[in-house]
Ligand binder design. Structure first.
Ligand code: PBG
Length: 313
């Protein structure tokens, strides 16, 4: 009866798998702070995409990790049609077609030698408007490479509008925008920095949000919707369920939540020590995010969980 009257349940179609693909490696590279997650080769990425489809996962969010020598101040590899993310998008699209919603991270931090999400001005500060020009170009190469959805994640003001215009200009009106609307400057991104080989020193506090603020997220939300966001996201998920609930209540577009690297790492680490029940903790963490109002959840456990709930019905 408890099963029958449950107010919320997870479905494989709720889940989106974030995946990393690294240039110039012959074998996948394990990410030590995220046990079970790896930097893929193009070949293992294609395989992971097929496994996600078979498990019923809805989408995949791709992050490119360029070779170190390809990083520069402008993040050139991010707009190179032959850059690692664009190659990966083409290959995954060729492999799974429309069976998986293929999403791409639209941000410069993986490609810049200073590790910031944008280009810097003469004083070494992130230059918002100059960065928007780079994002416009990125949106176009990612859409050309086969992304169904682009996910601008750099938290520059005006990024959604600029990306929408850039896509429309090249006839990609059907490519959607998943806006990272409420993205907080979080300590829980720690393991991600290893995952993408980040060069960042310092922090992103001048463009990501202060964890103390809730109303600010509602302002970001209004701006993103006005600029043409098709879907909006709250990130991280677990420590920001109040933000998620408030956003979900306020909008009539689909709402995503990103269970990030640190949320993943904490459960894996505690489970490894026998301190918590791994499967139960994973399911509870995801159900909590669903209950708070997420239509879609980005989680590194997407394929595993989709397989599990598929079996139990
Ligand atoms: C920025 C980006 C980050 C994550 C996704 N996109 C890192 C950051 O903002 O510092 C973090 C994802 C995670 O921690 O799992 N391109």
């Amino acid at each position: 009866m408890r099963r029958m009257v449950a107010e919320n349940r997870l479905h494989p179609a709720d889940l989106i798998l974030p995946a990393f693909v690294r240039e110039g490696i012959g074998e996948p590279v394990a990410i030590s702070a995220m046990p079970g997650v790896q930097q893929h080769t193009l070949e293992t990425l294609r395989k992971a995409a097929v496994e996600a489809v078979e498990a019923g996962v809805a989408g995949i969010m791709l992050f490119g990790v360029p070779a170190d020598e390809k990083k520069d101040a402008a993040g050139t590899a991010g707009t190179d049609p032959d850059g690692i993310l664009q190659v990966a998008l083409r290959e995954v699209r060729a492999e799974v077609g429309d069976d998986l919603v293929i999403m791409s991270d639209l941000c410069l931090d993986e490609y810049t030698d200073h590790g910031h999400c944008g280009v810097l001005d003469a004083d070494g500060r992130v230059d918002n408007d100059a960065t928007l020009e780079r994002y416009a170009e990125m949106a176009q190469v990612q859409a050309d490479a086969g992304a169904h959805v682009v996910g601008p994640s750099g938290m520059m003001d005006g990024q959604v509008g600029v990306v929408r215009d850039a896509l429309d200009t090249i006839g990609k009106e059907d490519v959607s925008i998943l806006a990272y609307t409420a993205k907080y400057s979080s300590a829980f991104y720690g393991p991600f920095r290893e995952a993408v080989g980040s060069s960042l020193r310092g922090d992103r506090k001048t463009y990501q949000q202060d964890p103390a603020n809730l109303r600010e997220s509602m302002r970001e939300l209004a701006l993103d919707l006005d600029e043409g966001a098709d879907m909006v996201m709250v990130k991280p998920a677990g420590p920001y369920l109040d933000v998620l609930a408030k956003v979900a209540e306020a909008v009539d577009v689909p709402v995503a939540a990103y269970q990030i690297s640190g949320e993943y790492a904490m459960i894996e680490a505690a489970a490894e020590r026998g301190w918590i029940d791994r499967e139960k903790a994973i399911m509870e963490s995801l159900l909590g995010i669903k209950r708070a109002g997420a239509n879609m959840i980005l989680t590194y456990w997407a394929t595993e969980v989709a397989r599990g709930i598929g079996r139990e019905g």
